[in-house]
Design a protein around this ligand. Structure first.
Ligand SMILES: Nc1ncnc2c1ncn2[C@@H]1O[C@H](COP(=O)(O)OP(=O)(O)OP(=O)(O)O)[C@@H](O)[C@H]1O
Ligand SMILES: [Mg+2]
Length: 232
């Protein structure tokens, strides 16, 4: 087993008075190349957990280690470098810039990471992987939801991240398109050896091998040993 990301005794409390969320202390280890699905009812803390793991939201206590480094203790600059270069993010609402073409949207991470070298045809390669090679010159407001999400996934893959974090990436799509996109995402990360952490409340969205992380009344548990320890 090669751990890529480890959360040690993390927890999160919002609003100590009204306790909008109290995510119980848990520890978990994500392994390289595996797919993790975070499940739970609306408001259970799925996005919160994903954001803590993805370096976007500091836990109330505990540590998150990425590649042996305590993420939230790194400088702001190093934290954003890792988020930009080594993590990829996919959101339910695609978060594309509508007035830019698909090509320009996919290119954005290159613009934000001028230090990292990417191959000159990388955009075409990743677009081909996502089956959107013919759509590159279209403005993204002219694309369907499924096409827009494929552009957003291509953008997330652009820097060849080690981990992709996806928050309900198919939540705005019909069932057939959801399955197609989820399938494409899972096949792509598997081929590349990328770790995937995906939030979804859709049952059976992913058939391929995966580990389920469930949040229920603030408690985090997993379908197999991810070193999830709770209540400690
Ligand atoms: N910044 C914040 N300040 C205070 N409370 C918050 C904040 N962000 C989230 N919460 C609360 O924490 C709880 C969990 O929110 P979260 O977004 O993680 O849930 P979720 O499982 O992703 O829900 P959904 O399925 O609806 O997206 C909710 O009760 C929410 O109101
Ligand atoms: Mg959410």
């Amino acid at each position: 087993m090669t751990a890529i990301l480890t959360a040690n005794r993390i927890n999160k409390k919002y609003n100590p008075i009204s306790a909008t969320l109290e995510l119980a202390t848990c520890s978990l280890t994500l392994e390289r190349g595996k797919t993790y699905i975070i499940k739970g009812k609306s408001g259970s803390g799925k996005t919160t957990l994903l954001n803590i793991l993805g370096g976007m939201d500091k836990p109330s206590s505990g540590t998150v280690f990425y590649e042996g480094k305590s993420f939230y203790e790194l400088s702001d600059q190093e934290q954003s470098r890792i988020r930009n270069e080594e993590f990829g993010f996919v959101f339910q609402s695609y978060n594309l810039i509508p007035e830019l073409t698909a090509y320009e949207n996919i290119k954005l991470p290159v613009f934000f990471n001028p230090r990292k070298k990417v191959k000159s045809n990388a955009i075409f390669d990743v677009a081909a992987e996502m089956g959107i090679g013919a759509l590159l010159q279209r403005k993204t407001y002219q694309l369907s939801g499924g096409e827009q999400q494929r552009v957003a996934i291509a953008r997330a893959l652009m820097m060849s991240p080690a981990i992709i974090f996806a928050d309900e990436p198919t939540g705005s799509l019909d069932t057939a398109t959801s399955r197609m996109i989820a399938d494409l995402l899972v096949r792509t990360v598997r081929r590349r050896g990328t770790t995937l952490v995906i939030v979804t409340h859709e049952e059976h969205l992913i058939d391929a091998d995966h580990i389920e992380i469930t949040i229920d009344s603030g408690k985090v548990s997993a379908s197999e040993d991810t070193h999830v320890l709770f209540g400690i």
